[in-house]
Design a protein around this ligand. Structure first.
Ligand code: SF4
Length: 464
């Protein structure tokens, strides 16, 4: 019987089918960080259970970590305790722990692919919603809750109802200045934040096959923001080239055997999806959000829509605009901003820094803007320096911080103050996401760079 890519990976990991209930899935890789793991490890301790497969479990510190002076003790007591707990739990259970100062430290969804932990056809979970990132490699990857973290630590399995399948096809060429982030924000703006609820999405078409692996990670990362359980892209030569030779990828005969399997990981021609959606790549322009959910996005040169034209509640729409202090029909171009955040598991990779630098090169940061440039990992940080990007950024008045989740969420010191506007390359713009009262405008690294230079929302296509 014909199968989708999703079916192939899912079905090969089912260890037990519960009648009229969820499947029990084997999990190949479990990524762990300091926020959702302490209670799970405590549960194991209380029950006298050890982690079943420590070699399939990887821990890194990212959410609560400061992004300056990482060599000093962490000041915030809650963060310091969580980091200490992760280190102790990892040591006790024999898990690889990449803590602060470790050369492999970084955001969990950045370091997984960097070291080849993320592989095609794998099942990958983590106690973080944006685990969907790893789907870029043709893996089934999704976020789980704390009790599920405990379940996976103790059994290497998880109970999950099988989601429905959706395919989003985008063909054609992307316009100048349109990045993978814009593609994702465009899709979410069309589908809304609940448009893919209950589905696992496969992205297909020339726009995705032409996209770099890092771009595919950005797109899959944001799948969760339209309600999907996850997103994935069939592995191809680009995927295999990206992962070859990385620390945790198979070597020699194991590589040859893995490649034989990975080459089968594509949707069969006549496989059926529960839902298919088509867009044309030419329709997409650089995007920016104007409201308080990632679906409230528009092409950067467009006006904020009227409430009447929006799906969902009128009250919610009006409340959202009120929080942002924006009005229907206003242009986004020219609005003053206060902060720029380049980073997160959505856009904290080397290609994102290359894009940002492309715009700011030879120009100066606007004096009214505070810019936080935060690499997703030490590997990215090193590449920024080695490629000469750091010198260009410094000459333009930017400084680089140390790796971590930073201003993606208000869980460390990098908080945007109340009432301030931040153009952010992260993934969520809910009220207070970047700090109590903060106002977030989600955008690509190019749009963020243009805002950082001009101090206002600016179409990046006018700057290069
Ligand atoms: S960068 Fe943001 S979304 Fe990504 S892992 Fe960190 S907190 Fe989660």
């Amino acid at each position: 019987m014909s199968k989708t890519l999703f079916d192939k990976v899912w079905d090969s990991h089912v260890v037990h089918k519960i009648k009229d209930g969820p499947d029990v899935l084997f999990i190949d890789r479990h990524m762990v960080h300091e926020v959702t793991s302490p209670v799970a490890f405590l549960g194991l301790k209380n029950r006298g259970i050890k982690v079943l497969f420590p070699e399939k479990t990887f821990a890194t510190a990212d959410h609560n970590t400061p992004t300056v002076n990482q060599h000093l003790p962490v000041k915030d007591p809650l963060s310091a305790n969580q980091l200490k707990a992760l280190e102790e739990n990892s040591n006790e259970h024999g898990i690889s722990y990449w803590g602060l100062g470790h050369e492999k430290n970084g955001i969990v969804h950045v370091v997984g692919p960097e070291y080849g932990i993320t592989q095609p056809g794998a099942t990958i979970v983590c106690g973080d919603s944006h685990t969907s990132t790893h789907g870029a490699f043709g893996a089934i990857a999704f976020g789980i809750g704390t009790s599920e973290v405990e379940m996976v630590l103790s059994t290497q399995c998880i109970m999950q109802p099988k989601p429905k399948k959706m395919r989003i096809n985008i063909n054609g060429n992307l316009n100048k200045g349109v990045t993978p982030k814009d593609v994702a924000l465009f899709i979410i703006s069309k589908l809304t934040t609940s448009g893919a609820t209950g589905y696992f999405v496969e992205y297909s078409g020339s726009v995705f096959s032409n996209m770099s692996m890092e771009g595919r990670m950005t797109v899959c990362n944001l799948s969760i923001e339209m309600g999907a359980r996850g997103g994935m892209i069939a592995p191809d030569e680009k995927t295999f080239e990206y992962i070859k030779g990385r620390e945790f990828t198979p070597k020699n005969n194991d590589w040859t055997n893995a490649m034989k399997y990975w080459s089968t990981l594509k949707t069969d021609d006549d496989a059926i999806f529960d839902k298919e959606i088509n867009f044309d790549g030419n329709e997409i322009n650089p995007m920016i959000t104007f409201g308080t959910n990632p679906g409230m996005g528009i092409g950067i040169s467009k006006e904020i829509p009227n409430a009447d034209s929006q799906d969902g509640g009128l009250q919610t729409f009006k409340k959202s605009l009120s929080y942002m202090d924006f009005n229907e029909g206003e242009s986004m171009i020219g609005k003053n901003i206060d902060f720029v955040f380049l980073g997160s598991c959505t856009n904290g990779r080397i290609e994102d820094f290359r894009e940002f630098t492309k715009i700011v090169k030879g120009k100066k940061k606007a004096p009214n803007v505070t810019a936080w440039l935060v690499p997703g990992s030490h590997k990215v940080e090193k590449a920024i320096e080695e490629e000469g990007l750091l010198k260009i950024l410094n000459e333009s008045g930017f400084e680089l911080r140390e790796p971590g989740c930073s201003a993606c969420l208000a869980m460390n010191d990098d908080k945007v103050p109340a009432g301030k506007y931040a153009v952010s390359t992260s993934n969520r713009n809910f009220e207070g996401r970047q700090g109590p009262g903060s106002r977030t405008l989600l955008a690509s690294p190019l749009v963020a760079a243009a805002a950082a230079i001009t101090g206002k929302i600016t179409d990046p296509r006018t700057l290069y």
